[in-house]
Ligand binder design. Structure first.
Ligand SMILES: [Zn+2]
Ligand SMILES: [Zn+2]
Length: 358
């Protein structure tokens, strides 16, 4: 594949991290993903490069021996053979899992698993580029991915058009050309099942014919699905305290050795008269302008990777969350009440001076 998926997924991660900074969640802590290689499409490229803290890849022969319940998302590449034990996937979705499948997965097992919801047209598609229209740029699966409402998607030869059995299936992307030729224009569909969700894409996730923008949108789509799945399992608000361990406070400091290098721009602090900030976790220094740049990007320290928070926000954060991971400063001793003081004064006043001896 001529395209650099690593670079593309890194770009998505950076953008996602910039969004997530607002809730102090480090995206690379997010979720567990299982990739299953299909016979036609391998998914290592996507799974390996996607941010998530657990990423595993298997082939179908391992389906029976794998504990699916620990994954937030399972991604299955295009596959054109029957899948033994596919009902395990159905149970996984029922219990809240998110399943993403592409292309031929529809006719090889999805239609068999959910005959009352989705199936396929007998006729096979002659592959090529199809312009797909995204139902809404604010759709949770596409949010942030692109500013264009329509873009080209590649569909391989021999795919079957999606046929909706249940009419209320969410058609996230559809193509007029597909509809005209094959009677069904659905390209990417999402459907709720049990406590979980299935997203089926007629195009592969990363077809070789796709341009960089196409790969980027696919990578973003997969990241959005991961976020949706993780958020459903553990909302950000609840997840936050444990992620505080991934935070580093930054402080303004006076630098002891100006020949040190800024973690951001790599230049030194010689002849620099502005403010210097220091990462409380790894001790790296930043120019003020540089730390602002980094905070505006993904907000993690260039050296240690922790989420940087200005020390001045520490108290505000502590006041909202259980100080499970911080030792809050000991409260100052309670000032004595005015009344008590007054009383004592009065007592003193009343007390007569000891009589002089003699
Ligand atoms: Zn700098
Ligand atoms: Zn650091």
């Amino acid at each position: 594949m001529g395209v650099d998926l690593k670079k593309i997924y890194a770009k998505v991660a950076e953008k996602k991290q910039a969004e997530k900074r607002k809730v102090f969640v480090k995206v690379s802590n997010n979720g567990a993903v299982l990739g299953i290689n299909g016979r036609i499409e391998k998914v290592e490229g996507a799974v390996k490069n996607l941010y998530a803290n657990q990423k595993d890849i298997i082939d179908f022969s391992k389906l029976g021996a794998t504990d699916l319940s620990k994954y937030h998302v399972i991604l299955i590449g295009s596959h054109d053979k029957k899948v033994p034990l596919a009902d395990r996937l159905k149970k996984y979705i029922e219990e809240g899992g998110f399943l993403v499948t592409t292309a031929r997965c529809l006719d090889s097992f999805i239609a068999d698993l959910f005959p009352d919801i989705i199936t396929y047209e007998k006729q096979q598609i002659k592959g090529g580029a199809f312009k797909g229209e995204i139902s809404s740029l604010e759709h949770p699966l596409f949010r942030g991915a692109t500013k264009k409402k329509a873009m080209k998607f590649w569909i391989e030869d021999n795919c079957h058009p999606i046929k909706k059995v249940k009419p209320d299936i969410d058609e996230v992307v559809s193509s007029k050309k597909l509809e005209k030729k094959y009677g069904s224009g659905a390209m990417i569909v999402a459907l709720n099942y049990g406590a979980g969700m299935i997203v089926h894409m007629l195009p592969k996730l990363h077809p070789p014919q796709s341009n960089e923008q196409g790969h980027y949108v696919s990578a973003y789509l997969l990241s959005n699905i991961l976020d949706e799945a993780v958020n459903k399992a553990i909302p950000d608000e609840i997840r936050m305290p444990s992620d505080m361990r991934q935070m580093a406070y930054v402080n303004m400091v006076i630098i002891d050795d100006p020949s040190k290098n800024c973690a951001f721009c790599k230049s030194t602090f010689k002849e620099y008269e502005g403010k210097v900030f220091r990462c409380g976790s790894c001790g790296e220094h930043y120019h003020e302008f540089c730390i602002e740049q980094q905070l505006a990007r993904d907000g993690t320290c260039r050296k240690c990777g922790k989420l940087m928070i200005y020390e001045k926000f520490k108290e505000a954060i502590n006041s909202v969350y259980e100080p499970q991971y911080f030792q809050p400063p000991a409260p100052p001793p309670e000032p004595k009440k005015e009344e008590e003081k007054e009383e004592k004064k009065e007592e003193k006043k009343v007390e007569p001076p000891p009589p002089p001896p003699g």
